[in-house]
Structure formats: structure tokens, C-alpha cells
Design a protein. Structure first.
Length: 378
């Protein structure tokens, strides 16, 4: 167990016209025992970052430190790191016992009895003690994933690296393994970097999440900080499902003016906007309230395009001029297609972004105030 530090870490893959800058000057420190989820869309540099930490990819610039010591020039096996892959990477001709014990045999001086004891302990932790003599082909996807995790755990490394380890499982098992894996990491207290493109996994598993786009780190924070106080429009749109709705609006004094509506904001918000003539307004589906009467201040007229019932609630797509917005509504009220409704949202919940840079100008006040956020960040 140890602190893991990425210092001004960059990676350029060689190629035409300067190559591909896959990871761009990333600074990130994981505290001892922390579970950090590295999340972002496909191609944003997650795997490259992970592979550099593992030593499977060279570092172009910057440094990687474990427990304060640079490991950037060490061979993968010298780094005291265990990696879990999406495809499990089990040896097909080996039993569960042999797969879990393989790393121990190669890298430690333990005798066969000691190795067996460790393998059996880990198998028990993972609930696979009855599968020790089975081969991977005899195991389900979930069981194979447990063996792969067991193989990582048995080595008792300083750092775990996990590359989309749950994405080959079906939805139900994935949800179950999410909880299990998080609890296991809590118990073991091993510093972990977990890579995924799935924002739900990031939100539910991470002590903190680090959001990457185009090789650049966009924000690092607790899931709720990133949800309530996104640093920019990219993070705001990436975190939260369904995604935040965005509308470009013209600023006229205390009014945000859109083709279809005007929305009055407070002096505090006007101050945050400064002299920008236009801003991007962001409202999360869960912060939109659909009302029957489309008249009234800060109520916008819209028509119902589509309703997706989910049981406890529904996702309602609304047509508002030439834009579509998604709202989350209690499932008790049903809507007809093309029905005229109104929607509104509280100023406290809305977000504003600079139209050019995407920088956040105002975030929701949510449940995370400055004090709570500061406590969480410690
Ligand atoms: P992610 O894991 O977030 O999907 P990657 O780290 O795999 O992203 O890729 C980041 C960028 O680097 C992408 O533009 C990808 O095309 C490029 N890339 C990844 N691996 C290589 C490679 N071996 N050679 C050249 N370019 C690569």
C-alpha cells in the first residue's frame, strides 16, 4: 500500500506530424488506500495512462512515483503492481489454483505449501474455494473475473490497476460485482486506479474520480463534487445520466433569453456571467419539473415527444422550439404524445458555462457546499 503520484505525465505515440499526444501533462496523486476511477470517452487516454503506470508503455515526459520513489524506469515486474484486465487474461490450460498461484511462483521464494495456503485464503475471500481445480473454460464470466481478481490480490501489491474489469459481464452481474469489488478494495485498503468509460461505474465506485478528455485531465473530485460542481461543460455533460441539457441563451440584464423563453436570474448570477453576451445554460433532467400550466414566470412551454417509463420514474423528452430536452418525471403522471406542458427549474440547480471555453461560471448549489466539499477533499 502506498501513495501513487503521476507528475506532469505525458505520452506521445510516434507517427506522422509529431505523432499522437495520448496523455497530456497529467498531474494526479492518489492517497494510500484510495480508490480512484479514471473515466472518459473512448480514446481519451485512460488505457495509455494505466499502461504507463504498469510499465507496459514507456513514459514520454514526466514521472510516476510509488511511495515517493520513481518507478518510471523500472520493469513491470519490479513495480509491485497487480493489473486486472477486461478479458481476464487467465491461462486456459491452468486450473484456478494454478492461475492464482502463478505470479507467486514466478516472483516470490515461497515454497509450495506456503503458496497453496495463500491461494486458498484468497480463493475463500473471493468465494471461489470450490472452483480451485476447475479450468477457465468450466467457469462462468463472473467466476473467471473472480479468479483474475484473486490472482491480483494474492500478490499483495502496493497498487492495483484495473482496466474495465467488469465490462464483459452482463448488466445484473456487473452491478453486483461493482459493490463487491468496492467492498473488497475497502477491506484490503490497496491503492487502486480503476479505468472505465462508464460514468455510472465511476460515480458508484470511486472515492474520487478523474475525468479525462483528449488526453487532458478535466477535473478530479469526489463523485458528488463532479456532479454538482463540474469544472466545465465537458464534465457536466459526461457525469450524470441522462446527460445534462444545454441551451445557448442571450444575456439581457437579469434575463436569459432563448427563442422559446426568458428566464429571470438573480443579481449574483448576473455578476458571475459578467459582460458575456451569451452563455450556455445547463439543466439536469432530474432538476426539471414538468408542470401542467405552461404560463408563468420562468415556466417554459414545450410539447411531449417521447416518454420512457422506468418504473419508479420516467424519462420524458420534450420539444422546445428546435431543441429537445430530457426531463425526469415521477411515473404517476402519464403524458400523451404532443401534449402541451410547461417545465421549469430552480435557479439554484442550473449551471452556466462560457460559450467558447466551456468553463463553468455557475454551478448548482446541490448538497455540496464549500465546507462539505473541503472536508471531502481532505
Ligand atoms: P482510451 O483507453 O481512453 O480509450 P487510449 O489510451 O487507448 O484511450 O488511446 C488514447 C489515444 O492514443 C487515442 O487517440 C489512440 O488512438 C492513441 N493510441 C493508443 N495506443 C496507440 C498506439 N499503440 N499507437 C498509436 N496511437 C495509439
Amino acid at each position: 500500500m502506498a501513495q501513487l503520484e503521476l507528475a506532469s505525465l505525458s505520452k506521445t505515440y510516434p507517427g506522422e506530424s509529431g505523432g499522437v499526444l495520448a496523455v497530456d501533462d497529467v498531474d494526479l496523486t492518489l492517497e494510500d488506500g484510495e480508490f480512484l476511477v479514471l473515466v472518459g470517452p473512448s480514446g481519451c487516454g485512460k488505457s495509455t495512462t494505466l499502461r504507463m503506470i504498469a510499465g507496459l508503455e514507456s513514459v514520454t515526459e514526466g514521472d510516476i512515483r510509488i511511495g515517493g520513489d520513481s518507478v518510471a524506469d523500472l520493469e513491470p515486474r519490479e513495480r509491485d503492481i497487480a493489473m486486472v484486465f477486461q478479458n481476464y487474461a487467465l491461462y486456459p490450460h491452468m486450473t484456478t489454483r494454478e492461475n492464482i498461484g502463478f505470479g507467486l511462483k514466478m516472483t516470490t521464494g515461497l515454497d509450495a505449501d506456503e503458496r497453496n495456503r495463500k491461494v486458498e485464503d484468497v480463493a475463500e475471500t473471493m468465494g471461489i474455494e470450490d472452483l480451485l481445480d476447475d479450468h477457465p473454460r468450466e467457469l462462468s464470466g463472473g467466476q473467471q473475473q473472480r479468479v483474475a481478481l484473486g490472482r491480483a490480490i494474492v500478490r499483495d501489491p502496493e497498487v492495483f490497476l484495473m482496466d474495465e474489469p467488469l465490462s464483459n459481464l452482463d448488466a445484473k452481474l456487473r452491478t453486483q460485482m461493482r459493490t463487491e469489488l468496492k467492498a473488497l478494495q475497502d477491506d484490503l485498503g490497496v491503492t487502486t486506479v480503476y479505468v472505465t468509460h462508464d460514468q455510472t461505474e465511476a460515480m458508484t465506485m470511486g472515492d474520487r474520480i478523474a475525468i479525462l478528455d483528449d488526453g487532458e485531465l478535466q477535473q478530479v473530485g469526489t463523485p458528488l463534487e463532479c456532479y454538482h460542481r463540474p469544472a466545465n461543460r465537458f464534465v457536466a455533460g459526461f457525469i450524470g445520466a441522462p446527460s445534462m441539457n444545454f441551451l445557448d441563451v442571450v444575456v439581457e440584464g437579469e434575463l436569459l433569453v432563448h427563442d422559446q423563453f426568458q428566464y429571470r436570474v438573480s443579481a449574483e448570477t448576473t455578476e458571475a456571467i459578467g459582460d458575456r453576451p451569451k452563455v450556455s445554460l445547463g439543466v439536469r433532467p432530474e432538476d426539471i419539473r414538468i408542470v401542467d400550466d405552461p404560463a408563468g414566470e420562468n415556466v417554459v412551454e414545450a410539447s411531449v415527444h417521447l416518454v420512457e417509463p422506468l418504473g419508479d420514474l420516467s424519462h420524458v423528452t420534450l420539444n422546445c422550439g428546435d431543441r429537445q430536452l430530457t426531463a425526469t418525471a415521477p411515473s404517476g403522471r402519464t403524458y400523451d404524445r404532443n401534449e402541451t406542458v410547461g417545465f421549469t427549474f430552480d435557479e439554484a440547480d442550473c449551471h452556466l458555462f462560457d460559450i467558447t471555453t466551456g468553463e463553468s461560471l455557475k454551478t448548482s448549489d446541490g448538497t455540496v457546499d464549500d465546507e462539505t466539499a473541503a472536508v471531502r477533499a481532505r
